[in-house]
Design a protein. Structure first.
Length: 405
């Protein structure tokens, strides 16, 4: 009986891993396609300037924040599952409409796509982190982040080929099957029941989550890369076109270099789960600063490619470390709320950054904008270390059951 039970557990884990992988791949590859191709479409076909491109990205991310924090985070598991499945189906339906967009309708599409994306990623993340066994939980979380990296590695390469042969608008039609993968797998994503407290304690309040040292450290750690990543997502391709005079197809292909080292970083964490998260946070921020300086100083496209390779490593490490930090800090009853608020913070920050960076690009140019990001990252890194050390009991230890910090 013991062997049968172990076999069932192994099969169950394999099924969960497959579902999480497919859902994550479809959601992140298609989401990144919108985030990177929509700015090029708006700039080249609709003549949007840097500020307008940033505002468009802000509309996309801002609507994601609203649906995540004000709807998804407050729904019980059963209602959240219905919301998740309906959003996944609506997300797939919206994709072809980008091929018929104009300077007005693209704003509506950005808001609509962002809104239905809101419940998708945090619920996949909660599903991956809801296993009671800590070793399997962190293994599945790492598989989840590997699926993110795989989608970001393969997605831009596919998009580059599609854009080369059919153009920016039509590329959204050809990317539809990847977006449809989210709708196909959504009913299979596991939604753990949160249950009712049995020890007399209430579910944690919003303030208890937002003031938790581990949560703050995870959020600040992610913020150290949110600022440069906002620039990379919205403007790295345009920067390559402007400074090195490359084609739109090659500009999109550069993202595959960036995401290749991101994938390798997460693969290392999958092979060797992190013990000292604080130390890896330090490494990640250091590489971010080095990569930014290299991108700013790049005299040729080859040096710029090396800079993107360097910047890909902390992209792979940062988010993974933050997700694992949250899983170690909160119990299962608090996990959905913690993940939703973490994702909401990502979105609210991400929604404002493209517009701010777009204004800076318009006023000062690409290189000056990149250079201005360096001290911002350095300051956020200092704050991250302050809270990470206070949460070290959870962040620096072998795999074990999560405990509050």
């Amino acid at each position: 009986m013991r062997y049968v039970s172990a076999a069932k557990k192994s099969t169950s884990f394999a099924v969960m891993a497959a579902v999480v992988t497919m859902a994550t791949f479809g959601a992140r590859a298609s989401n990144n396609m919108i985030a990177t191709t929509m700015p090029l479409l708006a700039h080249h076909l609709f003549n949007f300037n840097g500020l307008e491109v940033g505002l468009l990205a802000m509309a996309f991310m801002g609507s994601t924040f609203i649906s995540t924090s004000f709807i998804n985070a407050r729904l019980p598991a059963r209602s959240r599952r219905r919301f998740f499945i309906a959003s996944a189906m609506a997300y797939a339906v919206l994709f072809p409409f980008y091929s018929k967009s104009n300077p007005i309708t693209i704003w509506a599409l950005a808001v609509a796509a962002g809104a239905v994306l809101g419940p998708i990623m945090p619920n996949i993340m909660t599903s991956a982190g809801a296993i009671s066994d800590p070793r399997q939980r962190e293994r599945l979380l790492t598989i989840y982040t590997l699926a993110l990296s795989t989608s970001l590695l393969i997605g831009p390469a596919i998009d580059s080929v599609i854009v080369k042969y059919v153009g920016l608008k039509a590329s959204f039609i050809f990317f539809e099957p990847i977006a449809a993968l989210v709708a196909a797998t959504a009913p299979l994503v596991r939604f753990p029941e949160e249950g009712r407290p049995t020890d007399g304690s209430a579910r944690p309040k919003v303030t208890s989550i937002l003031t938790n040292n581990g949560f703050i450290a995870a959020s600040l750690n992610n913020l150290t890369y949110s600022v440069p990543f906002a620039f990379i997502t919205s403007f790295a391709g345009l920067y390559a076109e402007y400074r090195f005079h490359v084609s739109s197809s090659l500009a999109l292909l550069l993202y595959s270099l960036f995401y290749s080292t991101s994938f390798l970083g997460r693969l290392v964490l999958a092979i060797r789960p992190p013990y000292n998260i604080v130390r890896l946070m330090t490494l990640s921020s250091t590489l971010t600063l080095i990569g930014l300086v290299a991108a700013w100083a790049s005299p040729t496209i080859l040096v710029y490619m090396v800079a993107l390779l360097i910047l890909g490593i902390p992209h792979g490490l940062t988010y993974t470390l933050s997700v694992i930090s949250i899983s170690r800090t909160f119990d299962l009853r608090s996990l959905n709320a913690a993940n939703s608020y973490f994702f909401s913070i990502m979105m609210i920050i991400g929604s404002g950054l493209p517009a701010a960076l777009g204004a800076m690009v318009t006023a000062a140019g690409y290189q000056a904008t990149i250079l201005s990001i360096v001290p911002i990252v350095a300051v956020i890194f200092g704050a991250t270390m302050f809270f990470a050390r206070r949460a070290s009991a959870a962040l620096i230890r072998p795999l074990m059951a999560a405990a509050g910090t």
